[in-house]
Ligand binder design. Structure first.
Ligand code: 2RA
Length: 344
């Protein structure tokens, strides 16, 4: 007997990707239910070679559902995750609503899969922000090898992180530039076509943005609270794939060659690092792929034990849907949950 899985936000960028990844990886599901707001009721979404009719979240009874993959934003998650959890269905939530709650594990399976067992307090597990997920996949094996003291991250985040409307805005503005139409930013605060915007999510009192704060808070929660992290998060005119320039200071000596060898063996990492034209990865090439790619591994001679990396991943996959499905796989493969139908 397999599991019954519900996807909340099934019509969105990440929801659709979740359905694709469940099908691709042959997740042991007997039934997959697509849910969204009443507005999307009746819409069709694909799941492998099947088509699912979207049902309204408000009318769905989670009593016999085992796992809910939720990607519907923080407000919906705040309201619905506790209700769904109370029905004995484990919510794996992609929003920031629960990530910093001490009773909710925040999980990247390559980094802290053991912590997933702590889901029982609220029946909720949080999926990290896209820019943090790929970062910690690359940092974890290096931290184990040489102890990370401080990380300076600059992100180059694709518009798909802002949803379907953000992707449409890049497309429409790019077209408008060529045909000389007026450009009116809607979703973004400034023009995104042929531009970059150093602002993602809301501003906080200290001048950092919430996106930048998430990178440090989540890295500390998942990897090590002692690591110092600072971040500048930037939106770039790329459809899919987040890139990060990462400068790391270690406790102990680690050479670029040693780091390359460690990352080559590390789960989830793929090193593409030839010192020649094109011997590195770009976000365009990461789209549709599962790996966290690491290129441009270099020693930073301006600090003691310093390294620079270029880290790229598909933000809709490792940064969201893939990581959520991998968390569900941890629950299943470690026997942390059993299908309700079998248990009855
Ligand atoms: C972004 N971090 O790229 C968001 C998506 N989770 O805007």
């Amino acid at each position: 007997m397999g599991y019954k899985i519900a996807i909340v936000g099934a019509t969105g960028n990440v929801g659709r990707e979740m359905l694709d990844i469940l099908a691709e990886r042959g997740f042991p599901a007997d039934e997959v239910i697509a849910l969204a707001s009443r507005r999307s009721q009746g819409t069709e979404v694909s799941f492998g070679d099947r088509t699912l009719k979207v049902q309204a979240l408000e009318n769905y009874d989670f009593s016999d559902t085992d796992i809910c993959l939720m990607s519907a934003g923080g407000t919906i998650s705040k309201e619905w995750s506790p209700k769904i959890g109370a029905k004995g269905c484990v919510v794996i939530d992609n929003s920031s609503a629960w990530r910093y709650d001490a009773d909710v594990p925040l999980i990247v399976p390559e980094v802290n899969a053991d912590a997933a067992a702590g889901f029982t307090k609220k029946n909720i597990i949080a999926n990290p922000n896209c820019s943090t997920a790929q970062l910690v996949v690359a940092l974890k094996p290096l931290h184990e090898a040489a102890g990370i003291k401080r990380v300076v991250v600059s992100t180059y985040q694709s518009v798909s992180g802002g949803g379907k409307e953000a992707m449409e805005e890049l497309f429409n503005q790019t077209r408008a530039v060529f045909v000389n139409d007026p450009i009116e930013p809607k979703k973004f605060t400034k023009r995104i076509a042929f531009n970059v915007i150093p602002h993602i999510d809301v501003f906080m009192e200290d001048g950092y943005t919430k996106e930048e704060w998430k990178v440090l808070a989540e890295t500390k929660k998942m990897l090590d609270p002692k690591i110092k992290v600072t971040c500048t998060a930037v939106r770039v005119p790329v459809f899919i794939g987040h890139s990060e320039s990462v400068n790391i200071e270690f406790e102990r000596e680690i050479t670029a060659d040693q780091a390359r060898d460690i990352l080559r063996e590390a789960p989830g990492c793929l090193v593409i690092d030839k010192h020649e034209d094109g011997g590195y990865i770009t976000p365009y090439e990461s789209a549709g792929e599962d790996a966290t790619y690491i290129s441009r591994i270099r020693e930073d001679a301006t600090v003691e034990n310093g390294l620079n990396l270029w880290v790229v991943s598909d933000n809709l996959r490792k940064g969201a849907a893939l990581n959520a499905v991998q968390i569900a796989e941890v629950l299943v493969n470690r026997g942390l949950i059993k299908p309700k139908k079998q248990a009855a």
